[in-house]
Each structure stands twice: as C-alpha cells, then as structure tokens.
Design a protein around this ligand. Structure first.
Ligand code: NZQ
Ligand code: ZN
Length: 394
C-alpha cells in the first residue's frame, strides 16, 4: 500500500424528506445569506426549489436565486454568479442539482472570497487559493460525486477548454441526499450518472503493482452494487431502494475512499473532458464512448492482472479454460455490453461525433495539455498514443 491521506469531511444527510432540513443545516454551518445556485429548471418544475426556500425562510436565512446553470458549466456564468453573490453579500453558497450546479457553486464560492482575482487564474492555479466561502449541496442526480469530492470542473468557452481544480475548499459542508429527488430523471441522465460512478471507481482501480485488498473490496463491491441497481433505476428511476444504492455509490465513488493506498489515474476523464469541451456532449456518455478503446489499448502487460481481477470479481467471469488475456477481454466486453444495455455509446460515432484526422490530433493535444502531461499510471501516454485511442474509438 502507498501512503495516503483520507479526508472526506462532508456531512451527509441521507433519505426521504431531508431537503426540509436544509435551512437548519445552513444555520448550523454558520450561513445567514445564501446564494441558491441551480440548473435549467428541473428543480423548479419538481417543486424542490420551493421546498428548499421554505426551509431557509423557516430557519431565518435570507436568500437570492441564481438559476440557469447548464450541463458542462461555463466559466462566464460562474463569474456572473460571483457578481451576484458580492452584490447580495452572500456568506454561503448552496447548490441544488447535480455536478454542474455544485461545481458552479464551488466556483462562485472561490470567486466571491477572492473578488480581486480572476476566476480562471484561480482555476489554473496561477493564483493560489487560500480562502473560500462555505458550500453545500442538495443533490438531485447521482453521478458526478461533486457533493463529497474535492474537485470542480468548468468549461472556459473562450478558449474551448474544460478543466478541473482539486482543493480542500471544494468540499461541501453538508450534502442533502434524498433519492426521491432523482425520480424525475430522464433515462439518459440516469445512464450517464451510473457510467460516471463506475468510471470514478475504475479510474482508481486499474493502477498496477500495489497490493490494496481492503480498497479493492470496497471498489469491487461498489461496482457490483451500482451495476445491479443501475440497471433497475434505468428502467424505473422511482425505485427508491435501488436509487438509494446508486446515490450512495455515487458519493463513495468520488470521495477518495476507493483510492486509499493506490491513488488515482483519471486518464479516461481527460479524454472525455476534451470531447465535452469541443462537442458539449454529456460527461458520462463521453467516458463510455472511449473506455473500451482505452482498456483494449492498455490491458496487456503490467495491467493484465488488474483486468483479470476486474473480470472475475466485478463480472463473475470464470478464468477456467481461458488464458489471462481472454479473461481480461471478457471483462472489457461485459462492461461495454452493460453500457449498451443502458443506452450508452461505446464508440465516438455512437456518441454522435466524427472527428477528422486534424480534429483528433487537437483533441489529443487538449487531453494531454499540449503533449506536456503523460496520461495513465499504467504506462505513460502522450498525445500520439491518446490519438491512437481516439482512432480506435471511431
Ligand atoms: O439543469 P436541470 O434542469 O436541473 O437539468 C439537469 C441537466 O440537464 C438534469 N437533472 C438533474 N437532476 C434532475 C434532472 N432532471 C430531472 N430530474 C432531476 N432530479 O440532468 C442534467 C445533467 O445535470 P448535471 O448537473 O450536468 O449532471 P452531473 O451530475 O452528471 O454533472 C456533470 C458535470 O459534473 C462534472 C462533469 O464534468 C460535468 O461538467 N464532474 C464533476 C466532478 C466533481 N466536481 O467532482 C467529477 C466528475 O468526474 C465530473 O467531471
Ligand atoms: Zn466523472
């Protein structure tokens, strides 16, 4: 096992009706003037925003609305939010929604606490982040795991880049998680979420050469649980018990629990972010579209043992009568079969994008920050190798 720090300080308030505790929670964590950040309207239509606002009022908390966050949230919109928070005198930023609303709320918190700095300078670490405002979330979609993660992702439309920042200031003070709130999700968003949850776990799993039995058991159990229950909520998002499992998996997949002693890789995310920045495709779908190609590119040699263990312990594939390569490949195929069964793309054309040769190279440069960063902890991949993976994914 490698040395590690485990720090996941978010208070989780889980279960039916918990959104009605939001006001008291904000008060407990010291907030008195809240900027309420939400998306394109699903939370208004379901009546959730009304219930959250009532809960804030009952707790004596003043609030101002800031709705309209789009999926793959934009820097410019977060900057507008900073201005709104400053004018209102917000001392607490509350997101109602999924990764896009939560990440926008995190960005607004950083920008509001540092009004003299440009938000993108903070984002790209040109300026160190040393203070922020408290952030919390009422989660409506199990997917990004932002409610417990130390990361936030924004798209800078001006330069066509999607990038994340990891900092302890990104940790939500509390996360309200009521699986009932996800019952209104369209099947496609459910599938994107299930895929993202799997991928957060798998991006930490395939790193070879480190013994980590406990962390492996957690990761494999999480994957089996989200696959089994993901299939159920894809059919019926109102299945409370199944949605509860998926929602809890979502938070645990990305609060660092599944990387203790092994670390993380997140190379598939780099490939996916480049696609989302350029084509505005849904995050989960961008990952499903390239994962199979990424896996086939890397499963041999050092990583073979990890792929064999994945096939056996996650998919229950027997190694009997098969070579290790055949077992590993069977696990990759099973994963793609699952993605297809929940309507996810397993190629770029199924994702609806057909980059030409030049565009593919540009995507590869975006994913590797101009060929300055080597991806994967299996073996180092530069822009040329990433381009080969995109080519395989065509
Ligand atoms: O905007 P509204 O109208 O709310 O609709 C949203 C949106 O269209 C809809 N939705 C959410 N809850 C709903 C609902 N529709 C009906 N009923 C509900 N209960 O779902 C759509 C997607 O929402 P979004 O917030 O974009 O989804 P998700 O949670 O998947 O977030 C994706 C974003 O998070 C980033 C991704 O890159 C992407 O930008 N990520 C953030 C991470 C983090 N901060 O730790 C890690 C992830 O790897 C990821 O990169
Ligand atoms: Zn993700």
């Amino acid at each position: 096992m490698e040395n590690f720090v485990q720090y996941a300080p978010t208070e989780v308030i889980f279960g039916k009706g918990t959104e009605n505790q939001t006001g008291e929670e904000v008060k407990k964590w010291g907030g008195s003037r809240v900027l309420l950040v939400y998306g394109g309207g699903s939370a208004v239509r379901s009546g959730l925003i009304g219930r959250v606002e009532q809960s804030l009022t009952e707790a004596g908390i003043a609030y101002e609305e800031f709705g309209g966050v789009k999926p793959n949230p934009r820097l410019a919109f977060a900057e507008e939010g900073v201005q709104k928070a400053l004018t209102f005198g917000a001392d607490f930023i509350l997101a109602v929604g999924g990764g896009s609303a939560i990440d926008t709320a995190k960005a607004i918190a950083h920008g509001t606490a540092n009004p003299e700095e440009k938000l993108w300078d903070i984002w790209t670490r040109k300026v160190p982040l040393t203070r922020s405002l408290p952030v919390a979330a009422v989660l409506t979609i199990p997917a990004a795991g932002s409610e417990m993660s130390d990361s936030a992702v924004l798209t800078n439309e001006e330069i066509g880049k999607k990038a994340g920042i990891n900092t302890p200031f990104n940790r939500c003070r509390f996360a309200v998680m009521n699986p009932e709130l996800a019952a209104t999700l369209p099947a496609y968003q459910v599938a994107c979420g299930v895929t993202d949850i799997m991928m957060h776990t798998m991006e930490r799993y395939f790193i070879p050469g480190i013994q980590c039995e406990m962390t492996d058991c957690i990761a494999e159990g999480l994957l089996r649980t989200v696959i089994r229950n993901g299939a159920k909520v894809y059919e019926n998002p109102a299945d409370y018990d199944a949605m509860a499992e998926v929602m809890w998996c979502g938070s645990l997949s990305h609060n660092n629990l599944t990387e203790c002693g092994r670390g993380k890789d997140f190379s598939v995310h780099k490939l996916g972010h480049a696609l989302s920045a350029r084509y505005d495709v849904a995050h989960g779908a961008s990952l499903a579209a390239v994962w199979g190609s990424w896996a086939r590119y890397l499963y041999q040699d050092q990583a073979l043992g990890r792929f064999v263990q994945f096939a056996k312990n996650v998919w229950g594939i027997s190694g009997e009568g098969k070579s290790e390569q055949e077992t590993a490949l069977a696990g990759i195929e099973k994963t793609e079969e699952f993605f297809r069964s929940i309507g996810m793309p397993v190629s770029l054309s199924q994702l609806g994008v057909q980059p030409g040769e030049q565009e593919r190279m540009e995507l590869s440069l975006d994913a590797t920050m101009g060929d300055t960063v080597k991806l994967t902890r299996i073996r180092p991949l530069g822009a040329k190798e990433v381009n080969e993976i995109y080519q395989m994914a065509m």
